[in-house]
Design a protein around this ligand. Structure first.
Ligand SMILES: Cc1ncc(COP(=O)(O)O)c(C=O)c1O
Length: 377
């Protein structure tokens, strides 16, 4: 028997793979067709001019070789210009931007480039399960940091020393927008704890009720403290294309680019060119997408009367399950799948996440079933 390297054993169960398998097994059982509100996979793709840019770049003969490993300079310029325009933040595209094959890659790389084996990484609880994978892959250990009612970390519960902190606003799964002052609090805590910060801004543009997107890099000291990740998946519906950015601290950007030089060989050039078209082109579809999710959020919250529910941003609604109702029952008896809260951390027990990235007719059917299940309690 050839032994399996022990580093693989450190990996937690991949929450979404396991959830998909459970939902697929339930769907295969007899009954009404199941409605899946568990999965966060954008149902509206990129705007036409972005798809056109991909296809015309793919038709050229000079785009099929290896891309520059660090990404096209014009792509870095485009994200820097967008940061200036949308978030009032200046980043140097030459030294403060790394191009990533999806921001999920950056979640993993950040831990690799900041934390020694055995080092402590502080994670929001509830939080995005892939952060645990990043901790495991870096051979680090994880310290949960509970979130209080407004989605802010309970700083009193934060350790005095740590190697790194992951933050995420708007937050998956709790759908909180960044509470006032939270970034400055994080910078101050990190300075005292000697920690780096990664702010996961994957849902940055998806905030509701007149809120403005708020970049971590806009606060004083953020660039010294760490990095922000920006994703093309949510703002532009390019989830399958795998394109994102790490922005901020130049030393960490250089470390990530160094790691990527070993591990990857750049992002397919037509995808980068389409990214340039998305970032530099008309931005009206970003607003249309945001408004679409906001209207779905309204319908979801209306379908959950009497339930504690939150949906300030992202494309999720986080809600408390009434006593005696479980996600398992919703799946098996009511044929609607939602993501069980405990999969996002111990503080998520008794809560569930439903996805608004679901075509309207399916969403409405799923909400009807949820409302019925809640009324039957
Ligand atoms: C909180 C959060 N961060 C990061 C990601 C990764 O996004 P991507 O790799 O598509 O850029 C996701 C994807 O769903 C997410 O929910």
């Amino acid at each position: 028997m050839r032994p399996r390297p022990s580093r693989l054993d450190r990996l937690p169960e991949q929450y979404f793979t396991a959830l998909l398998a459970r939902v697929a097994a339930a769907a295969a059982r007899e009954g009404e067709p199941l409605v899946d509100l568990g999965r966060g996979n954008p149902d509206v793709g990129p705007p036409k001019h972005v798809v056109d840019a991909l296809s015309s770049a793919a038709r050229r003969s000079d785009t099929h070789g290896y891309a520059p490993f660090a990404g096209l300079p014009a792509l870095k310029d485009a994200i820097a210009a967008r940061y200036r325009k949308e978030y009032g933040v200046d980043v140097d595209p030459g030294t403060e931007v790394a191009v990533l094959p999806g921001s999920k890659t950056g979640l993993m790389e950040f831990a690799q480039v900041c934390v020694e084996r055995g080092g402590a990484i502080v994670l929001p609880d509830p939080g995005y399960p892939d952060y645990l994978s990043a901790v495991a892959l870096a051979g680090a250990r994880h310290i949960p940091l509970p979130l209080v009612a407004d989605g802010r970390p309970d700083w009193d519960a934060a350790p005095a020393k740590a190697a790194a902190l992951y933050l995420n606003y708007p937050s998956n799964p709790v759908a909180a927008s960044a509470p006032n002052g939270v970034y400055a609090e994080a910078v101050e805590w990190a300075r005292q704890a000697g920690a780096w910060i990664l702010h996961d801004f994957a849902y940055g543009d998806l905030v509701f009720d007149g809120r403005r997107p708020a970049s971590f890099l806009a606060v004083e000291g953020a660039r010294e403290a760490g990095l922000e990740l920006f994703s093309m998946s949510k703002s532009y519906g390019m989830a399958g294309w795998r394109l994102g950015f790490a922005l901020g601290n130049a030393e960490l950007v250089a470390r990530i680019e160094d790691l990527q030089n070993h591990q990857f060989a750049g992002v397919f050039m037509p995808v980068q060119e389409a990214g340039i078209a998305a970032l530099n082109g008309p931005q009206d579809t970003v607003e249309e997408r945001r408004a679409l999710y906001e209207s779905r959020r309204d319908r979801a919250v209306a379908a959950l009367p009497g339930c504690e529910a939150r949906g300030e941003g992202t494309f999720f609604v986080w809600f408390r399950l009434p006593e005696g109702l479980t996600c398992e029952q919703l799946l098996e008896e009511h044929r609607v799948a939602v993501a069980p809260g405990e999969g996002f951390g111990a503080s998520g027990r008794g809560w569930a996440r439903l996805s608004l990235a679901t075509p309207d007719d399916r969403l409405d059917l799923g909400l009807e079933r949820l409302a019925r299940a809640l009324q039957s309690r």
